[in-house]
Every structure is written in C-alpha cells, then in structure tokens.
Design a protein around this ligand. Structure first.
Ligand SMILES: Cc1cc2nc3c(=O)[nH]c(=O)nc-3n(C[C@H](O)[C@H](O)[C@H](O)COP(=O)(O)O)c2cc1C
Length: 177
C-alpha cells in the first residue's frame, strides 16, 4: 500500500538520510539501484524537484540518459549496510543488484520506475534538465578531494569523472507500507 505524503513534511528526514546513502533507482535495460549521498529537495520552474548528481561512468547514468526518469528510495530509520555495500560499491555494469541485495520492488505510481520496500519513503521523478558540471570551476580543495585525476572513472568512489546534475520534477511522493 502507498501512503501519499506532502514532501515538505519529510524534508528533515530526507536531508538527514542523504549523507548515509539513499537509493537512486533507474530502469531501462534492467532495474538498478545506486547509492547516492549527494542530492537535494528544491523548487525550480515552480515545481517541486529533487536533484541528483551522477558521475560519468556509473551504470545509472547510461540508464538515466535513456529513460529520463528515476525514483529515489529513502530509509525511514538507518541505512542498511548490506544495501550500502552492494548498491554503493558494485555496479549494474557487472551484477544484478536487485538479486544480490535482495531488494523488493514496489510497482510505480506515475513514472514507471519502481521504488524498493526496504527504503519506503519514495519520490518518483522525471528529469526536466541535466547538465554536466565543470569541476575545474570548483574551489581547489574540493576539486582535489572529489575529482582525483589519477583515479580511473570505473572506481566506485571519488574519481576523475565529473558529475552530471539531473533536476527531476517530483511527480509522486509516498511511503510504502
Ligand atoms: C554513501 C555513498 C554515497 C554515494 N553517493 C554518490 C553520488 O551522489 N553520486 C555518484 O555518482 N556516486 C555515488 N556513490 C557511488 C556509487 O553508489 C557507486 O559507484 C555505485 O557502484 C554505482 O553504481 P552503478 O554503476 O550501478 O550506477 C556513493 C556511494 C556511497 C557508498
């Protein structure tokens, strides 16, 4: 069952959950869930938005660019270490994360991308705008820490690749029971 929510009522929960890792779900060739720690609720073009930041070589990026839709799944309490380990360190290029992490998919309401029951707070989004960032415009300390040029783009954590920001309109928001 889906309990419809007002996103603003959960702004604090979403903001606190992000640094621990929430899930960015995409589909296309297959369902894939990637852990993200950066992102944000907002308002743009007068609609409620959620923005995600995805590095160039993530499997997630290829799916997002194909479909233009994503669903964010947020835990109501703590992040699950098994989900973090598999969905934050392994790639959909190589494995089926739904199977490996034991995720239970919930049929979507509006955008065609399932959320997961294990992380029940759900934001279905459709991409309104995307833009590849230029890391050289960042303060040097952030550039050096977050974009080490001697680390290949296939590495699951910080590497040389820039992020693309995807601003998604939130088209449905609910808690899965
Ligand atoms: C806590 C945490 C936060 C992360 N945040 C992001 C993020 O915001 N953007 C990103 O591109 N990768 C982030 N990652 C790394 C991806 O989750 C990781 O590279 C993953 O294996 C990519 O999966 P994919 O290739 O299936 O898309 C994060 C990983 C962890 C553990």
């Amino acid at each position: 069952m889906k309990q419809k929510i007002t996103v603003a009522d959960y702004a604090q929960r979403i903001t606190e959950a992000l640094p621990q890792g929430v899930l960015l779900n995409t589909n296309g060739d297959k369902h894939n869930a990637m852990v993200i720690g950066w992102g944000g609720l907002g308002t743009c073009w007068s609609v409620p938005t959620f923005t995600v930041y995805v590095r160039e070589n993530r499997y997630t990026k290829s799916q997002l660019d194909k479909t233009g839709v994503f669903t964010v799944s947020i835990p109501l309490d703590k992040a699950d270490p098994v989900i973090t380990k598999i969905c934050g360190w392994q790639s959909g290029h190589n494995i089926d994360k739904v199977k490996e992490a034991g995720l239970t998919l919930e049929d979507p309401q509006a955008n065609g991308v399932s959320g997961v029951k294990e992380y029940p707070l759900t934001l279905e989004c459709r991409v309104l705008y995307s833009q590849c960032q230029d890391p050289t415009r960042l303060p040097e300390s952030i550039y050096k820490k977050s974009y080490p040029q001697d680390v290949d783009g296939s590495y699951p954590m910080a590497n040389r690749d820039p992020h693309t920001a995807y601003i998604g309109e939130i088209v449905a928001a609910y808690i899965i029971h």
